[in-house]
Each structure stands twice: as structure tokens, then as C-alpha cells.
Design a protein around this ligand. Sequence first.
Ligand code: ADP
Ligand code: MG
Length: 424
Amino acid sequence: SSRLLLHSLLKCSKLIACVHFYVFLRNKGFIPSNYVTEKNKIEANSWYCKNITRTEAEQLLRQEDKEGGFVVRESSKKGVYTVSVYTKTLSVHGEIRHYQIKITDTEQFYLAEKHVFSSIPDVIHYHEHNAAGLVTRLRYAVGSMGKCVPATAGFSSEKWEINPNELTFMKELGCGQFGVVKLGKWRGQHKVAIKAIRDGAMYEEDFIEEAKVMTRLCHPKLVQLYGVCFKQRPLLIIAEFLENGCLLNFLRQKGRALKEAWLLSMCQDVCEGMEYLEAHSFLHRDLAARNCLVDEHNVVKVSDFGMTRYVLDNQYTSSNGAKFPVKWSPPEVLHYSKYSSKSDVWSFGVLMWEIHSEGQTPFENRSNLEVVNDITKGVRLYRPHRASPQLHSIMYRCWHEKPQGRPTFSELLEEIRKLAENQE
Ligand code: ADP
Ligand code: MG
């Protein structure tokens, strides 16, 4: 029972972490996806905007300015949902239409009377492919991509440029592939991590362009990219600051003190962040414990997603380079550089292994070349000492030789949640 108590305390601290996040967002937008129940599965969708008004929905859609852009929000009348759609087919300035989702006597849902479904996500899914009476089909879910932290925390969401004069530097946090990382403050208030890019370490122009997209990836389990100071050198990258630093060091220092239930919940954190990236077709390409960070409540968030594409260092980017993450890579990446969400899934399996071995190096005594040979022959990592056989079998399925044989992050999340429930 003391374990139970501890577990619920830990859960509680996670809740606090999320509440903290809520505050940061000025109560707009998110519900942490680990609290999504069957009943309100609607909230797990990227098109869903909780607590936004009609006016805010209109602002959001105009800002996005995408034909067929849409959000689903709860109407002022509780329990009633409205779809707001943006279209430029009626006038060049763009118009917004609001449609209430109707409910039949038998608790079925519809927007067009002829097309009735048993759930709201089914209704939306149908209209993503068929206008069926709407001004346009629902082409582009604005949802969580649009209602980002930067906008609400006072960072501009339109511009991903940050004014360097509004930054102050506090102390050095560490040093990585791109250069020194410092703790700082933005407008004297918000703690932020500031990466100063070392000269010659990055394809800067390409990154600056991509940063526009990356600042709009928002999820409680992703380290938020706030923006970039790009009119100066060194280039500065401004991101969410996480108190407990890199996950790998954290595991090595504190791993022993963490209960199995917490190790599993760390895997769940990462899986939630990755499910979001998968849903937005964004590849991480270098998922590993060294690229995750830990916040003050020991919640894990995924960092450095997509960043390897901008590394200017052959030793790191070429699959036979000394710094290439061979031990985290599936056969199709090692042999053909074929990246996909399924190659991220492989890396996630290795990351679960790292978590449950308290930060050991996978294939510790093997060289990269030996690992390539072993993996190709079908050799896989053994069960780490802190993992149950059930968990090892989940990891193992991430290491299926063929990408299509591996589960998706969304499937993995479901399994990890089930495992967590059974542990309680
Ligand atoms: P790079 O991606 O350039 O290789 P890292 O992201 O690994 O650099 O950063 C180097 C170190 O700086 C990390 O190991 C970590 O200790 C620290 N660090 C980086 N980003 C943050 C952050 N957002 N919050 C707290 N510490 C950070
Ligand atoms: Mg890194």
C-alpha cells in the first residue's frame, strides 16, 4: 500500500506538472493526453480546441489563412460542439462558417442530416473527405498546431523571431553538438534555454526556415521551441527550459531511486510526445535518452526533434561516421538511410531499454560495426534488469526487422497505458 501511495503521489506530481503547463498557456488549449478517457476522446484530436470562444476561433483560422482550415470547439452552450471552418472560395478575404454538431434522439452525431455517426471524431473524419453541405470539406486541422505556447506566453506565434535584447543570460547548462546551452530569461520573466550555435556547426538558413514549422509543434511532452534570434551571429535558439536536464544523466544519477511504475511513466511521456509527432508526420531521426529532458516534476519531454538534418558534421550524419547513432538505428536506416515514423519507433524501443537499464549504453562492449552486423543477423538487446517480461516484449516488437512489422506510437501508447493500469 505504501507503493500505491507513492505511485499516486507521483501521479499527483505529474498532475501538478500539467497544471503548471495550463497556467503557462493561460488556460487555453491543452488537456494532457494521459488524462484522456474513452468518454472524452474528442479532446485527443489535433482539431479540438478546448475553451476557445467563437472570436478566438475566428482569429486562429484567419491567422492560419488555410483553405478548409477548421477547429472543433465547445459552444457557449455546454455539451454542444461547433465546427468552425475557414474558406476563401466565397471571397478573397476569407470567410468563416460555424456549424453546430447535432445529436439525434439515439445519441448519434451529424453535421449533414444524411450522414450520421456514432461519435464526433467519426463525423469530422467523414467531412474531412466530403463537404456534404458544408462550405468546403474540412481540409486542415488548425487545432493544437495553431494555439501554441509562444502566442500565449507572450512570444509571437506569427513571427518565430525573438528579439535578442529581450534576453538575459544566467548560467551555462551544458554543451552539445551545436554549441553552448545557457539558462536565461525572456523579458525578465520566463526562464528559457538558449542555444548559441557555434560557427560552422549548422546549415543555418535551412534551419531558420524549418524553425517556422517547428515553433508550431506544441505538446506537453515536447520541449517547446519558442523561436530564433536569426539576424545576428551566433544564431540563438530559444527553447523551453527543463530543470532536471538531460534524461541520460538523470537516469544514471537518480535511476536507482525511481520505482518501476515511474520508469514506465517516463516511457509513456516520450510515447505521448512521439505520438504527436507521428500524427503530424514529423520525424525525430535521433530519438535517444540523450535527446530527452526532464522537468522539475520528473516528467520527460522529447527534445531536438528533426535537428540532425541541420548538423554540419559528417561524423554525425553519415551512417558510417563515428558519431552516428548506430545503436538506436534500424536496419533500413543503417543500410539505406530510410527514415520514417517506424524508424523512430525502433529508436523508441532502445530508449525504453535505456530507461529500464538506468542509463546504460546499449550494446556496451560492441563497436558500431559489430552492432550493424549483429542487428542485420537478427540479434537484439536483452531484457534490461528493471523491465518486466511484458515490457521487454513491447520493446522487442519495436525492433522488428521490417518497418511495417513494428507498432505505431499510437498503438504503443495504448499498450503502455494498459501495462501502467495493471501495475497499480
Ligand atoms: P545539442 O542538441 O546541440 O547537441 P543538447 O540539446 O544536447 O545540445 O544540449 C547540451 C546540454 O545542455 C544537455 O545535455 C542539457 O544538459 C543542456 N540543455 C539543453 N537544452 C536544455 C533545456 N531546454 N533545458 C535544460 N537544459 C538543457
Ligand atoms: Mg542533443
